[in-house]
Design a protein around this ligand. Structure first.
Ligand SMILES: N[C@@H](CCC(=O)N[C@@H](CS)C(=O)NCC(=O)O)C(=O)O
Length: 362
């Protein structure tokens, strides 16, 4: 497993997820922050849109999407798998990925763009104009960063929702700190897939961004320590919790995640279904299919209904729908305990897939 190149960045949410996994898995890879030339000459002609992380294999194949990057190394290689074997732990892993990838974008983007804006422009600028003066780097960074800042309103991040986003994040830090009192990783004494997913929001934005990171280290040092361990690829030894159990200390996190995210997912699914009724078979799916009301930390707002979230949800539902009866009974009891009853009957129809690095109908 040599000769892999990951086009990624220290400032990028999903690069952190992929990097943590690749290190944990022991993959030899070189990470390169894509210059404008790499973006134009390598990523755009193959992947078709400007995105990171992108993994280039020794055969010259390009893999985009962190789930696909991880899947590339899981399975037949014979080494330790990141995905738990236990049915309930596997299902919860995909629920945690859904939360980490698709809901934690709220605090990540809020804190970056409302508390670290000037600082992050400087960071983007170090990549975009490595030889420039600090002023030139700031301007170059602003040109790059403006595109990402542009996502803030469609995530429903406004002055009205900001206090709720902060309240929910503080609650998450408290719940995660309580969990880490009991276990060093989400599902045991070793790291697994859900830990890599959580590193997406927790590393680049919540730990590495200057002011947010200082806040985490001051108020939730156990979470900061966890982030340092997972991003370093630690946690290869140890075990997952025996008997396919879910640590009770994860329940508060999952309850809030489902209470806040599920209404948005249900509404997005309805809007997606309505869109699909008139769509051509196998067509590309738009990134948004309308707007959804949401509530977080007691504040309400409106956000774009993002179709990609349904793909991550589909992975969780797929594991649920093939459960053996005894696993299903345990999983149903678990879902009732965390407020996830709606998932028992939910279907993504038509099914989603990824084609040519984009979301598409199967
Ligand atoms: N779901 C993808 C998302 C990748 C992604 O959103 N990357 C961000 C940077 S962290 C990006 O480049 N976004 C550009 C865009 O969304 O247009 C994954 O898991 O890899």
């Amino acid at each position: 497993m040599t000769g892999y190149t990951m086009y990624g960045s220290e400032m990028s949410y999903f690069s952190g997820k992929a990097r943590a996994y690749l290190r944990w898995k022991g993959v030899e890879f070189t990470e390169i922050a894509p210059s404008p030339a790499i973006m134009k000459e390598e990523i755009l002609p193959t992947v078709g849109w400007p995105v990171i992380p992108v993994l280039k294999t020794p055969d010259g194949e390009f893999i985009q999407d962190t789930a696909d990057i991880i899947a590339h190394f899981e399975g037949p290689i014979g080494a330790q798998s990141a995905i738990p074997e236990g049915a309930l732990q596997k299902f919860v892993t995909y629920l945690l990925q859904l939360f980490a990838d698709e809901w934690m974008t709220l605090p990540a983007m809020h804190y970056r763009w409302n508390h670290n804006e000037d600082w992050i422009y400087g960071e983007f600028g170090k990549n975009a104009a490595p030889d420039g003066t600090p002023e030139e780097q700031y301007e170059a960074g602003k040109a790059v960063g403006s595109r990402f800042k542009g996502f803030v309103p469609m995530l429903g991040i406004t002055p009205e929702t900001a206090p709720g986003i902060e309240k929910a994040y503080e609650q998450f830090l408290a719940d995660m700190s309580a969990h880490l009192e009991k276990l060093p990783y989400l599902l045991g004494t070793r790291a697994s897939y859900a830990d890599f997913a959580l590193i997406g929001p927790l590393y680049a934005h919540q730990y590495r961004d200057k002011f947010t990171g200082e806040h985490m280290k001051r108020t939730a040092p156990k979470v900061a320590d966890y982030v340092e361990r997972v991003i370093a690829g630690e946690g290869r030894e140890g075990e997952l919790v025996p008997l396919d159990d879910i640590p009770v200390t994860l329940l508060p996190i999952l309850k809030v995640a489902l209470a806040e995210h599920l209404p948005v997912l249900l509404n997005t699914n309805e809007q997606f279904k309505a869109w699909a009724e008139t769509a051509e078979p196998h067509s590309e799916v738009p990134r948004g299919v309308g707007m959804s009301d949401f509530s977080t930390g007691g504040c309400s707002g409106v956000m774009a209904s993002r179709t990609f979230s349904l793909l991550r949800l589909q992975d969780a539902l797929d594991t649920y729908q093939i459960l053996m009866p005894s696993d299903k009974r345990r999983t149903d009891a678990f879902l009732s305990a965390v407020g996830g009853d709606a998932l028992k009957t939910m279907r993504i129809e038509p099914r989603l897939t990824r084609r040519n690095y984009k979301l598409a109908l199967v």
